[in-house]
Design a protein around this ligand. Structure first.
Ligand code: APR
Ligand code: ZN
Length: 244
């Protein structure tokens, strides 16, 4: 397969895939900025900040406990888009990195291995006193006690809030600087630094592909657009990339 600049898009080309909430929407998890992006009347960015946690930790714990419970529920499973990306990872012979802004574990449940959760994971918690990170208790609260150092009221969800530093940026930019293909799926392009990854990839000469139901804030930076449901567009795109 060749792109419009005549470059080869073979399976040995280094690839970076970025995913956002849109890839998990069809698995039943609400996106952040859609019409459904409200929780108990709060805008989600009002509960996903260090300030919110300082001012009302119980509210923030309730929000993440509810999301964690939902994710563990019987109705939630990877959809065709997650499964197609796992197929892409298995078939790819060149460097491969999946960077996700999602805190769910649906990529892992689909069988992916090379994932980087730049915004942390809902299933993990961290102790502010001893820095220990481990699987999150189902119900975190201000009364929770750290099993390692014994502190009380120091456990927080191990997710990256607004104003905090995303994870793995060094590794991500290194991969972007050498990638030949960059794909963004189901992300609105409103939250940096992830929204800027397409420009970094293009500066490296990569061919960039956006999959989204709608235009995003950064659509103009992409070379190729697949408009539609992730569950339909991603499997078709993966078929094209791996040539089946
Ligand atoms: N298929 C494809 N795209 C979809 C689908 C779908 N079924 N459903 C929604 N989308 C698209 C929307 O058009 C939108 O562009 O997914 C995008 C979701 O955007 P956001 O809700 O803003 O999610 P995201 O870009 O992941 O948010 C980034 O913001 O609140 C923070 O830390 C949080 O990681 C999150 C970050
Ligand atoms: Zn501790």
């Amino acid at each position: 397969m060749r792109n419009e600049r005549g470059r080869r898009l073979g399976k040995d080309v280094p690839i970076v895939v970025l995913t956002g909430a849109g890839i998990s929407a069809e698995s039943g998890l609400a996106t952040f900025r859609g019409a459904d992006g409200l929780w108990e009347g709060h805008r989600i960015d009002e509960v996903a900040t260090p300030e919110a946690f300082r001012d009302d930790p119980e509210l923030v714990h309730r929000f993440y406990n509810a999301r964690r419970r939902q994710l563990a529920g019987p109705g939630i499973a990877p959809n065709a888009a997650h499964l197609a990306l796992a197929r892409l990872e298995r078939a790819w012979t060149g460097d491969f990195l999946l960077v996700t802004q999602n805190v769910d574990d649906l990529h892992e449940r689909a069988g992916m291995v090379r994932t980087l959760h730049m915004h942390g994971q809902l299933g993990m918690m961290r102790c502010l006193a001893c820095d220990e990170v481990g699987p999150a208790d189902e119900q975190l609260s201000v009364r929770s006690c750290c099993g390692v150092c014994g502190s009380i009221a120091t456990l927080r969800p191990d997710v990256v809030w607004f104003g905090e530093m995303p994870r793995g940026l060094g590794r991500i930019y290194k991969a972007l600087e050498t990638c030949g293909i960059f794909i963004a799926i189901g992300t609105s392009g409103q939250v940096y630094p992830a929204a800027g990854f397409v420009e970094a990839a293009r500066a490296a000469g990569a061919w960039s592909i956006e999959v989204n139901l709608l235009a995003s804030a950064v659509s103009d930076f992409f070379d190729e657009h697949w408009r539609g449901l992730a569950s339909e567009a991603v499997p078709a795109l993966v078929d094209q990339l791996i040539g089946s």
